[in-house]
Design a protein around this ligand. Structure first.
Ligand code: F6P
Length: 373
């Protein structure tokens, strides 16, 4: 009998989500004669049984469109605010999966989605996931769709900031998304020719950054672009954060844990305006004017790049193949030109950060980029 599958998109949106929905959906419908239903707004729509039938017509014309036609949310199956209270909605989700007579559920998302999908797999659902995020920080896969488009957007922004920095002899600090990984700031920083790149994996010293900028002034270049990842942090901040994280991990009682958590929250709050603070510090230390541009959600918008459409389509079609073969509890990962199934246990709870000896870092250092270390 033809299978019936459900699809949802969860977490922050990225360009390429619609291409992935189309990739899974068209292969499932046309190649295998499956029936496809979409759930609105991530795991919340699944918990509330808000569905939309995905057929040839609804899957047509969406390849090039940004965002997600299904909507998304950051809701977790086991911790969802319903009626003002945080509730475990796992049972409701299992019931809706059964009521829709699903054979499999496709969850398209980033790191948190992989964890939530594993939770549902453990609750007995046939789950399969696809890796998306502009942060490129999902473990085991070579790449996530959304990253390439955001990389292009952030690079284009740096290009535009270059000419104004040059004209006014200014420092421009540009903050780039990426959560706790530096892939996006590193990639866009290199491609856009940033003079300084600051990423969470390499904590910086502001005096070293200032000296790199002063060096450029001495060499006749009185302007600089500083690409800072949203998770980029000073050595001092990194040390305090590590201390608080260690305290939390080794807390002997509830009170110690509460104190450690409060300290982490305070440090995170303090870090929120890091780019603005960095701009002010660099003005003081160099005597140059500084301006700060926070790219923010611009990086998540727009039409997907060709590379993201291609990646989402090939992972999506492979996903349909795996469902036909009844391979569940896996994420479809990109491995060179292949798409392979990897157990969710190997992905969930792991973050792919930039190795500090990564070839991109070596290349950037070779062309004179400072990492402030
Ligand atoms: O994970 C994608 C991402 O854009 C991160 O780079 C960023 O830290 C986060 O989402 C922002 O989330 P929100 O849209 O919920 O503010």
């Amino acid at each position: 009998m033809a299978k019936q599958i459900g699809i949802l998109t969860a977490g922050g949106d990225t360009p390429g989500l619609n291409a992935a929905i189309r990739g899974v959906g068209k292969a499932a419908l046309d190649r295998y004669g499956m029936r496809v239903v979409g759930f609105r707004d991530g795991f919340r729509g699944l918990a509330e049984n808000r569905t939309v039938r995905l057929d040839g017509a609804s899957l047509s014309g969406i390849l090039t469109i940004g965002g997600t036609i299904l909507g998304t949310s950051r809701d977790k199956p086991h911790k969802m605010v319903v009626g003002g209270k945080t509730q475990d909605m796992t049972d409701a989700i299992v019931a809706n999966y059964q009521a829709n007579q699903l054979d499999a559920l496709v969850c398209i998302g980033g790191g948190s989605t992989q964890k939530n999908a594993l939770h549902l797999a453990r609750a007995g659902l046939n789950v399969i996931t696809l890796p998306k995020t502009i942060d490129n920080d999902v473990a085991v896969t070579d790449a996530t769709f959304g990253f390439d488009t955001a990389l292009g957007t952030a690079t284009d922004a740096i290009d535009r900031l270059h000419s104004t920095a040059h004209s006014h002899h200014r420092i421009i600090v540009v903050e780039i998304m990426g959560h706790r990984a530096g892939w996006l700031a590193l990639g866009a920083g290199i491609a856009g020719g940033a003079d300084v790149i600051l990423i969470p994996e390499i904590p910086y010293t502001v005096e070293v950054v200032a000296e790199a900028i002063r060096n450029r002034v001495r060499g006749g270049k009185p302007f600089s672009i500083v690409a800072v990842a949203e998770g980029g942090l000073s050595k001092q901040h990194a040390k305090s954060l590590q201390r608080a994280l260690d305290l939390k991990q080794h807390a002997e009682d509830k009170e110690q844990k509460r104190l450690a958590k409060a300290e982490i929250a305070a440090l995170e709050l303090e870090h929120r305006d890091n780019a603005l603070y960095l701009g002010r510090q660099l003005e003081e230390l160099t005597g140059l004017e500084a301006r700060v541009t926070i790219l923010g959600h611009l990086q998540r918008g727009g039409a997907p790049s060709a590379a993201d459409r291609l990646l989402a389509t090939r992972l999506g079609s492979k996903c349909a193949d795996l469902i036909e073969q009844e391979v569940y509890g896996v994420m479809v990962a990109a491995k060179c030109d292949d798409a392979i199934a990897v157990p969710l246990e190997a992905v969930a709870g792991r973050r792919k950060t930039v190795p500090i000896d990564h070839p991109w870092i070596t290349a950037a250092r070779d062309v004179g980029t400072s990492f402030g270390d």
